[in-house]
Design a protein around this ligand. Structure first.
Ligand code: UDP
Length: 490
């Protein structure tokens, strides 16, 4: 029979900001509810989250952060290249994933001797190598999905039914099977994981690790994409716990500010006094996540569109986008905008900005974390997807939830020509005026966004869908699987 054991979960995140951030929130949530957590990271990644680590220690949460040595040199990566957003070129992504695979052995060595013994592992689906470690330790393993369920579901069933093999054109639309209503997608909008041939082995391993997992944990909530969550539960044939939005773990946003402090490339006092001086819902926030890189010409078009819109804005421009040309241009631009704008260079404390009462709209690449953060703060969106799950997230936001308008991007960035710029200044201006204006549609969008925020908050409160799923997840973690004797009978 099942017996209770001291629950001890090992969390193995993908070393990418959009994957690690929600997994830290999950670690804190589990720890707060009595689960011992070992969280796997590396030195560079730990140094980016020291305020969170300090805070965990101060609040005596039972989370142990383990820094594995990252084998950059062995795989030809530059020293310190320990996160997806630090990989200097597209060509080196393969090396980055090879380096992750080399963490398998040190992780196993470390966990083997850990006291108390881990009882369960939660690994990001992009870390299939961790499955072997769980197997070697003979512990149960759950897969964590950071992206939306609409994406996970579509990729899963399209792959399962070999649908793409029947298509001759990446842009051709197909009906997604196993759904109660007709929903069409094309391969460019639901590419599946690690699409290119270079990644075939990784893709197979990811799928195998997903198939062999004991259950699935997802950073979403039932009320935001009910049709897809229901359908996914039906096809996947194992326990699925929807536990999000994990960004709402910290309801008073105090650790979000801490989170921002370390990483933010902005004087927060200045930023807050600027935001405080703005009218409610009057400011637009413009940011495209941790991995996108805008071309120089595209940056100029965004700037011109924002300028023409007349709306005050915060705009995040990343280090990798700051060519000499851009830096020079920005000088004049910022001078012209004066107090109307705040340009944040590098990293913005996004979740806390979105939760400020002055923010009334968000131009977003529709990364799932960004989407959930916007939803959790009732901020309507202008959607500008780039790749991965972002095109399907756009459809969820625009077609199903109706809390956003699309800027009109048709294809992923990889399909664009060298000098092709998909969004022009007029597109930006038009979308901003329409989102931030006081027309009837804009107002209705705001009302729906407020309603959805309420649903998100409720999901995470006691009695809510995600809260109760977390309780069930913890119960599951606490249960030891029945012991089997040599014949395999209980
Ligand atoms: N983020 C941030 N500041 C930035 C850029 C990103 O805090 O300047 C955070 C953002 O709040 C979100 C995560 O990084 O939690 C990005 O995840 P998302 O899924 O939106 O996009 P990705 O970076 O994975 O494309």
């Amino acid at each position: 029979t099942a017996s209770a054991a001291a629950p001890h979960v090992v969390i193995v995140p993908l070393l990418a900001q959009g994957h690690t951030i929600p997994m830290i929130d999950m670690a804190r949530l589990l720890a707060e509810r009595g689960v011992q957590v070992t969280f796997i990271t590396t030195a560079v990644n730990a140094s980016r989250i020291t305020p969170i680590i300090d805070q965990v220690h101060e609040s005596h949460l039972p989370i142990n952060f383990i820094e594995l040595p990252f084998p950059a040199a062995e795989t030809g990566l530059p020293e310190g290249c320990e996160n997806c957003d630090l990989v200097p070129s597209k060509e080196l992504f393969k090396n980055f994933f090879d380096a992750l695979f080399l963490l398998r052995h040190p992780l196993e060595q470390h966990l083997k001797d850990l006291v108390p013994r881990p009882t369960c592992m939660i690994n990001d689906m992009c870390n299939p190598w961790a499955a072997d470690v769980a197997k070697a330790l003979n512990i149960r393993r759950l897969v964590f999905h950071g992206p939306s369920c609409i994406y996970i579901f579509c990729c899963y069933v399209l792959q399962k039914h070999n649908i793409y093999e029947k298509l001759t054109d990446d842009a051709e639309e197909v009906v997604v099977p196993d759904l109660p209503n007709t929903f069409r997608v094309s391969r460019i909008h639901a590419p599946g994981w690690f699409n290119s041939t270079d990644f075939k082995q990784l893709r197979d391993e990811v799928l195998h690790a997903e198939e062999t997992a004991d259950g699935v944990v997802m950073n979403t909530f039932d009320e935001i994409e009910p049709m897809f969550v229901e359908a996914y539960k039906k096809v996947v044939g194992k326990d699925v716990w929807t536990v999000g939005p994990l960004c709402l773990y910290d309801k008073d946003f105090s650790t979000r500010i801490v989170r921002g402090n370390k990483l933010a490339a902005v004087d927060q006092d200045r930023m807050f006094s600027w935001l405080d001086s703005m009218e409610e819902r009057s400011v637009l926030y413009v940011s495209f996540g941790s991995l996108t890189k805008m071309k120089v010409g595209q940056i100029f078009e965004i700037g011109a569109g924002l300028e023409a819109s007349g709306v005050p804005f915060i705009w995040v421009i990343k280090d990798v986008e700051k060519s000499v040309e851009v830096v020079e241009w920005l000088e004049g631009f910022e001078e012209r905008m004066g107090l109307r704008s705040l340009v944040i260079k590098r990293w913005a404390p996004q979740a806390v900005i979105l939760s400020h009462r002055a923010i009334g709209g968000f131009i977003s690449h529709c990364g799932w974390n960004s989407t959930l953060e916007a939803v959790s703060s009732a901020v309507p969106m202008i959607t500008w997807p780039h790749f991965a799950d972002q095109f399907l997230n756009e459809r969820l936001v625009v077609e199903y939830l109706r809390i956003g308008i699309n800027i009109g991007v048709k294809k992923p960035v990889f399909y664009l020509g060298e000098d092709e710029i998909p969004v022009m200044r007029d597109d930006v201006e038009r979308a901003v005026r329409s989102l931030m204006g006081d027309g009837e549609e804009a107002e209705e969008r705001r009302v729906r966004a407020r309603e959805l925020k309420e649903k998100a908050m409720k999901a995470m409160e006691e009695g809510g869908s995600s809260y109760e799923n977390i309780t069930r997840l913890i119960d599951y973690i606490k249960q030891q699987p029945p012991c089997k004797d040599v014949q395999g009978t209980e």
